[in-house]
Design a protein around this ligand. Structure first.
Ligand SMILES: *[C@@H]1O[C@H](CO)[C@@H](O)[C@H](O)[C@H]1NC(C)=O
Ligand SMILES: *[C@@H]1O[C@H](CO)[C@@H](O)[C@H](O)[C@H]1NC(C)=O
Ligand SMILES: *[C@@H]1O[C@H](CO)[C@@H](O)[C@H](O)[C@H]1NC(C)=O
Length: 388
């Protein structure tokens, strides 16, 4: 049986002093006790859906709502502190993020961490937050491994859900065999395609759908077409649009009957599809447009979709206005906003869990001590997965 190449979510071997987490009280002034919530997110690189200019306004909005509610956390006031998780090149960093977490923990004793979003940064920070017994809430950290982690609360779309969606599609059409997973893995990045494919692979494996996976690297398109023909008919591809289009054109050139195939192009944030005008993912304005257009009749593009409820539309309106005001950042790609929505929900859920935890405690003299992280986390989980 094929096995999935395990991702290297290895532990960053920092030696830290245990017992740093003695449930210290927060700072009490004017009878109102301050509770710190700490965000760790990429500061400038808005190609990340969880970049600070995208998410910061949502967290501030949640915070204002919580602090202006006299019943939610009486006697407490939440304050947001923030550190950057990027390295000097503007990339998600698995070394910066845990250092930011340690600094925040030492300086502020936060009661919750929001973020990081990227996979490797999150996996490192999650080990610290588990050790400190402080909840970590994120709308990123989509990889399969966080599902098994047990200490991370995920309020955004995950790759497990993506896999479950694919399993539903496979089921609905009675496809039991030969799903093909194509994915790129560029060194140095956060492996978004690798982890998306991993989610699909694990769920389909559970459902006894046989899969064939292929990592794209210096692609020989002719050989790849043959490889896919030999191994499957339902193809899930996570790669650049150019690679995908070239592959489809090669199928066309080779005279393959594309009616026998279905291709799912994984483009979760609809990158490049939100431009004004008709959606034409095959279009390049070159001599291959015609072949590409015909071949793309076998293609479905998979993107995230947030049902546009009135509340969500209002939320995104406010988000856009505040991103402009706070960060002079113009949001154009609306699919990304659901991640900011996930962070907003995450902070609301945390405050709800905190409310419930504190109301079950006997109030003592002096400041409220920080509740146990696992207690809060479990209360949040009940909310995220009602009935599961
Ligand atoms: C409490 O807050 C005050 C005013 O913000 C600050 O001067 C003081 O250092 C804080 N004390 C602790 C223990 O954090
Ligand atoms: C932002 O991050 C992406 C990876 O998602 C990377 O390709 C790009 O170079 C980064 N941009 C900047 C300006 O740092
Ligand atoms: C998959 O196959 C195993 C072994 O044949 C079986 O025990 C299991 O119930 C199957 N799972 C599903 C979801 O069909």
């Amino acid at each position: 049986m094929l096995s999935w190449p395990r991702p290297s979510l290895q532990l960053l071997l920092l030696l830290i002093q245990p017992a740093a987490s003695s449930l210290l009280p927060g700072n009490a002034t004017d009878g109102v006790q301050e509770v710190i919530v700490a965000a760790i997110l990429p500061q400038t690189n808005t190609s990340y859906a969880w970049a600070w200019p995208r998410v910061g306004p949502a967290l501030q909005a949640a915070l204002d709502r919580i602090n202006s509610d006299p019943w939610l956390l009486p006697g407490l006031s939440l304050r947001l502190v923030y550190r950057n998780s990027e390295d000097r090149d503007g990339l998600c960093s698995h070394s910066m993020a845990p250092l930011a977490a340690v600094d925040l923990h030492m300086d502020h004793e936060p009661w919750v961490f929001l973020g990081p979003g990227c996979t490797y940064s999150s996996s490192h920070v999650a080990r610290f937050t588990a050790h400190w017994d402080v909840p970590m809430v994120t709308a990123g950290a989509q990889a399969w491994g966080f599902w098994e982690h047990g200490t991370v609360t995920n309020t955004g779309p995950t790759h497990k859900k993506l896999g479950q969606f694919a399993a539903r599609v496979q089921d609905a059409f009675g496809w039991r065999h030969r799903a093909v997973l194509l994915y790129t893995r560029d060194t140095g990045d956060d492996g978004p395609c690798f982890f998306a494919a991993e989610g699909l692979y694990n769920v389909l494996l559970d459902r006894n759908v046989s899969t064939y996976h292929h990592q794209l690297h210096d692609v020989d398109y002719r050989a790849l077409v043959q490889d896919i023909r030999d191994n499957g008919r339902v193809v899930y591809a996570c790669c650049s649009r150019d690679v995908f289009r070239t592959l489809l054109v090669q199928f066309w050139r080779d005279g393959v009957d594309l009616k026998d195939y279905v291709f799912f192009f994984i483009n979760l944030f609809a990158d490049g599809l939100e431009d004004r005008g008709p959606v034409r993912p095959w279009f390049r304005g070159d001599s291959e447009d015609r072949a590409a257009r015909l071949a793309f009749r076998s293609v479905k593009v998979l993107t995230y979709y947030q049902p546009p409820t009135p509340q969500y539309l209002q939320f995104t309106e406010d988000l856009k206005r505040n991103a402009k005001k706070m960060f002079n950042f113009t949001i154009t790609d609306s699919v990304y906003n659901m991640i900011a929505g996930g962070f907003y929900d995450g902070l609301m859920m945390f405050s709800q869990a905190l409310n419930e935890t504190l109301s079950q405690q006997r109030p003592g003299p002096g400041p409220v001590p920080r509740p146990r992280g696992d207690t809060l986390t479990h209360k949040m989980w009940n909310r995220i997965f009602p009935g599961e």
